[in-house]
Design a binder for this molecule. Structure first.
Ligand SMILES: [Zn+2]
Length: 250
């Protein structure tokens, strides 16, 4: 029951995250004006703004100008719904659920903004770091020192990587890694390892398809990989850490 409720609420929040994803990198207000068509600027009627369903009913076109609507919109709504439902089903306790839900709600727009604009706005990562500390200190004060160390360690590790390879990782990735550490605590370690492995694999595929010269020049944003690693670590992080320590540290 809670899972279904979290899913419906997640889809509605996902609809708002679409607004965030579109407007924050363009420095537009996320409150006003109300949602409108990106092509013809006609305000979208509430009955055409139902998450996922409206996209399917309108077959991906604006009711007014018939311009096609990006599949990113229903994807973000369905993805947010699925992630919120999964956090509520998987995690227990107010701290676990609040930290998990808040983190995925920040990661969804950050991943899509980085894909489109190749940057991770401070307007999301910095309040995200603050929110992690506030929620963590309020709901699980005993665990806060570990999360602070995880945030500083993750941010510090990526800062070293960014300084060693300018043009690879950016300062946005450093702040995002710190934010993920502040939400996850120790599982930030598998989160970053998963992100690095996926980044290398995808980079390899790009080089294989476009050749070494073009492939190296193709900038691949790292934020979506960090977000993916963080979500995997959120659900399986302690299992991965346990598996690692029992397999390799004996
Ligand atoms: Zn339109």
């Amino acid at each position: 029951m809670e899972t279904a409720f979290a899913g419906v609420l997640g889809a509605m929040i996902g609809s708002f995250l679409n607004v965030v994803t579109h407007r924050v990198p363009r420095r537009l207000s996320i409150v006003a004006p109300s949602s409108r068509c990106v092509s013809c600027s006609t305000p979208i009627k509430p009955y055409d703004n139902i998450p996922v369903l409206s996209y399917l009913l309108l077959r991906g076109h604006c009711r007014h100008c018939r311009a096609s609507i990006s599949p990113r919109y229903p994807l973000i709504e369905a993805g947010t719904a699925g992630l919120c439902a999964a956090v509520v089903a998987d995690r227990s306790g107010a701290a676990g659920i609040a930290l998990g839900v808040a983190m995925v709600l920040l990661l969804v727009p950050l991943a899509f903004i980085d894909l489109e604009h190749r940057r991770l706005p401070n307007a999301i990562t910095l309040p995200g770091c603050a929110l992690a500390v506030i929620l963590g200190s309020a709901l699980d004060p005993a665990g806060e020192p570990t999360r602070l160390i995880a945030g500083a360690g993750a941010g510090g590790a990526l800062l070293l990587a960014a300084l060693a390879h300018p043009g690879g990782m950016g300062m946005g990735d450093v702040k995002l890694a710190a934010m993920i550490g502040l939400f996850l605590g120790k599982p930030v370690i598998p989160a970053i390892l998963i992100a690095l492995i996926c980044g290398v694999l995808v980079g390899g595929v790009v080089i294989a398809r476009r050749g070494v010269k073009d492939g190296r020049r193709t900038a691949i944003p790292f934020g979506p990989f960090l977000a993916f690693g963080a979500v995997l670590a959120l659900f399986a992080g302690s299992e991965i850490l346990h598996w690692y320590s029992t397999t390799f540290l004996h």
